[in-house]
Design a binder for this molecule. Sequence first.
Ligand SMILES: NC(=O)c1ccc[n+]([C@@H]2O[C@H](COP(=O)([O-])OP(=O)(O)OC[C@H]3O[C@@H](n4cnc5c(N)ncnc54)[C@H](OP(=O)(O)O)[C@@H]3O)[C@@H](O)[C@H]2O)c1
Length: 352
Amino acid sequence: MKAVSIKEPGGPEVLEWVEAEDPSPGPGEVVVDVVASALNRADVMQRQGLYPLPPGTSPYPGLEVSGRIGALGEGVTGWQVGDEVCALLTGGGYAQKVAVPAGQLLTVPEGVGLVEAAGLPEVTATVWSNIVMTAGLKAGETLLVHGGVGGVGTMAIQIAKALGARVVTTVGGPGRAARARELGADEAIDHRTDDFAKHGPYDVILDVIGGDYLERNVRSLAADGRLVVIGLQKGLEGSLNLAEIVFKRVSVHGTTLRTRSKEQKAEIVAEVQKNVWPLIENGSVRLVVDRTVSMADAAEGHRLMEAGGHVGKILLLNDESASGESASDGSASDGSASGGSASGEAAEHRHG
Ligand SMILES: NC(=O)c1ccc[n+]([C@@H]2O[C@H](COP(=O)([O-])OP(=O)(O)OC[C@H]3O[C@@H](n4cnc5c(N)ncnc54)[C@H](OP(=O)(O)O)[C@@H]3O)[C@@H](O)[C@H]2O)c1
């Protein structure tokens, strides 16, 4: 097979499309013949040498794929060779084949193309595990989601609305605010010109930013509020006013999906299949795809993600996959042309 190798820590140019050894399925695993994968910020950090990998992780980046099952390991039941699937991975998705524990497989939701399905596992598992399984968001509560038009944010807005929550989000610019409202956000705050803390209180906050957002996040939580920090784009340190925590009885959580055990991942994946897939199949939630690039040119995808301005997910198509899926499959959900972009927002973001 071929895979995207990280030659050495560095910029996007260190990503190389190379010959690699085919994986074989261990007990309880399947090998997926990959049709597409998708980018996550963690891939960029891994490429830069800034992401400590859990022991035993594939050296190739990639936290999610879609494709067809090519081989079954010992003891796998309920799946057949040829089944169309998508999967949550600990690594190894930027490749033509990947071995994955069967508990991390999901069906392809009805109405979703096989390429597009590559972008579902990481955002749906992240959002469901954090806002529901960790923070216990309920109908009628208010959720603040930072980065509402990023990969995680676009999914968080829609799932929270489907659960009956009120959703407030932060975005970088008026065009991006309009996109967030189209996705269902009740309020979209421009973080470049406004302070989200003035618009609280919030029952639950999903924070992909970290750093000095900690103090304002905690300050703007309602009594019995829950903050879940999952991203550290603004840094590793922030200040915490313990009086706010004690007197408002709030809780502060931090989580990562990748470092969870395979049993925990399987539990989350099963909850996602049970609770989120019906929302996708009934049309209340859809994957927002910014664009699809060739897996062999993963470097271009990384450049786009680092430049910012994308809306939703960037997909990576294995254009050497035997089945000949086309990139247009990957853009169906968002209505934006594959290989195109959310160009208005991108321009606003970069120059605004
Ligand atoms: N812990 C976990 O399990 C887990 C899982 C998935 C993702 N993550 C983390 O979550 C973060 C988001 O991932 P992603 O895939 O959604 O990335 P993404 O698509 O690149 O989105 C990042 C978003 O952050 C927003 N942003 C940047 N600076 C901001 C600020 N100062 N205030 C508010 N928003 C700001 C950007 O919005 P604007 O351009 O509109 O400003 C952008 O939409 C990453 O840090 C990732 O590592 C963690």
